[in-house]
Design a binder for this molecule. Sequence first.
Ligand code: ATP
Length: 908
Amino acid sequence: MTEWHSANLGAVLNTLGSNPDSGLSTHQVDKRLIEYGPNTLKERGPKSPWRILWEQLTAVMIIVLIIAAAASVFLHDYKDAAAILTIVILNAVLGFVQEYRAEKAMAALKRLATPAVKVRRNGEVQEISAVGLVPGDIFFLEVGGIVPADGRLLEAVNLRVQESVLTGESLPVEKNASFLSEDDLTLGDRLNMVYKGTVVTYGRGIVVTTATGMDTELGRIAEMIQAVEAESTPLQRRMAALGRTLGIIAIVIVAVVVTLGLLRGEDLKTMFLTGVSLAVAAVPEGLPAAVTIALALGAQRMLRRRALIRKLPAVETLGLVTKICSDKTGTLTENRMVVTTLALPAEEAPGRIRDIDLPAEGQVLPDELLSPIALGLLTAGALCNDALLSFNEKEDRHSYIGDPTEGALVVAAARTGMQKADLETFMPRVAEIPFTSERKRMTTIHRMIENRSKALSYVYPWQSESFVSFSKGATGSILEICEKVWVDGSAQPMNKNRRDWIVEANNRLSGSGLRVLGVAFRNLGSLPATAQEEEIERDFIFLGLIGMMDPPRQEAKEAVAVCRRSGIDPVMITGDHPLTALAIARELGITEKQKVITGQELEKLTPGELTEMVEDAAVYARVSPEHKLKIVEAFKLKGHVVAMTGDGVNDAPALKKADIGIAMGITGTDVSKEAADMVLLDDNFATIVAAAEEGRVIYDNIRKFLKYLMTTNFGEILVLFVGMLTAMPVPLAPLQILWINLVTDGLPALALAVEPAEREAMNRPPPDTKKGIFADGLGVHILWVGALMAVVSLGLGYWAWQANNNTWQTMLFTTLALSQLGHVMAIRTGKVSLFKAGILSNKPMFGAVVLTVALQITVIYVPWFRDIFGTVPLTAVEMLICFILGSVVFWMVETEKWFLRLSDARLR
Ligand code: ATP
């Protein structure tokens, strides 16, 4: 078949061997999957293990070492050459293992992020991963979905698709399922086709798949799309810059040390190797890679806490978040709506509104609930509705499939004996205007079937006409289209008084935390000529209010408390009524204030004015997606690091603008997930806070890593530099320098990446992004501890050398190595004493330290190693001295932490 769009539908289905009613069979799908392959675009795949290894071996410093080894061979110093190569290999293996793990973690995250699609197969609707789609599959389109494959439309209801990825046209195109006779239409004009990668902005549709994977239109231009480079994170960039600066400084120092040595008459070969070793040791070229690995592994840990990271920078930004702007429904609440109250205008009732409570399921219904007008209200709510009624056998109660707000209405009607499906048989839907967050209402038109079932023929107000239209939505939005009110059996004009009753009742119900929907109807003699909103949504008669409860999530309450303790402000942003929002916000502890800013108020504010007052409120209500963007911008201008949740198509800009855009894994649209940095697999606010905590731990651990590495480097440079200024020989042999940096340092540094969360991580404000990574005493720590390491080890070495002890260099070497191990143990915690945190609370670290001590002992006592590393065996007393002096750094850093705790206590 040449052109799918201009062929007749029967021929299309025939060619594809598909049946719209039953879809493909499992057997057909399996065969086609083999024939056509998975529905994915070929990507530049993850790095292969060989490539990772190659990158490890071609890092500049490794090449320098390989040259040094080659030079040693040239000078017939085979032992040195072998030792250098061994260290190169060890180092490459360590690097390889780490990066391979990180790469695998990222690939797993990517696999999880592929969207799901509803298909009809074997006669049943099921949800599958879009990767498994094959030509001939029947799939369903919904608002906010990304079209998973190319296909011909079988059915389209108000379907609009934005095709800018393919056509560049940003306005959505109206699609339909009709036949097109022209063959050579451009992509944008093929209105009965949908294409992979485009976005459904409105309506719904059913499609038969014509092409998948690289055969799709998107596949043809896939190469182009993939030209986008992975962006590096702020921390990675800072580390790269820092690495460069420190690298230059280190090389200058190395040059000075080498020159000093040569001036003192040391031989060229020794000074060449010393220079190379020192350069390798002191240039922190591995910093950006270490950060990437820490972030990738962090992302894996976050996944375990049900937060799926889509963009790596989010991992570090999460640790810095100061505002979490969250939707209410489903994120802070359970999204298990239950209708609890109906409110109907009635002249005789107090406040002119009669409330009817709907007791919990299983309890007896009050008689007044079975009055025609109450049943009329529930009927309207159930018909102007896309949810389906079902029954939960296990719990023996009514249930639903679809949106919880709508589900609650269908269930409430069913409890009075009116099943949605039955209602639809005598009032079938013939037209609709869907719900959107901007309009905040939904309208349907139904045909009245004459021959209706006796059992269902209640005395409805709309019984006389051929058609009836129902509208339900936010009360304010419904009042906009009402001309009259149904009061005690007749339609009365909507005057100010009556409007006030309704608004008061609405506020009363909202104030107790209920979501309130207004419901209205309009009798129609015939179908409106056009499907225009203005034509349909006018002259309605207001019927009543329906209040539903959506209980706050228990875990959200705890998470809010953690947020506030840790200097993160939770902000509620909701489409719901201000009073509903406030009631729930207060229950959750988000705010004690009464202040709520509404979407209407937001519209009137200039960006400057909003920035001034954005921090005054913790609750934003009746907000539509475009307002969210304004709120994010204002918070950012105030210097906040903002996380923002969203689920709809129109939330995408706000999600992109936020520092961390968060989409809902269960209820979110594909578009919102695509725009987000992180997806909550359980739609739960508490998960955001858990991810923020992980983010802080990762940020802390990266800082600890930096603290450790830089202190070591500084200490070592100082030893050599100061040593060269004295009369003593070069303090450390080249291989000893390499050993300390690549082996003694390597293992504990790895273990720092898995350092568990500190108890205080969520008991302090987030780090100040403006201050930079060396803030809060990090720089000072590096200087004084590095100096201490140098003084202790060099001091011991100098003393022993003066005493003519030939073990002086081995003692210096060992003390320096042990000092580092002491240091790494002490900095595992920021302020808490190691003994309180528990020496074994990071078992890999304990193992790394024990192993490194054993390796150090091997280097001193095994003759073969002694030869290579130029060490001499120490006596027990000498070893004891090394251990005692090597622990000085540990005790001093613990003392520093004690002072920090003391000053904290004083501040409190
Ligand atoms: P949140 O922003 O807290 O998650 P939400 O996303 O449910 O809340 P919207 O979906 O924007 O908020 O809903 C806004 C208002 O529109 C609701 O308060 C309700 O009055 C009304 N509404 C919600 N769902 C429907 C629906 N299916 N049909 C008609 N009106 C609805």
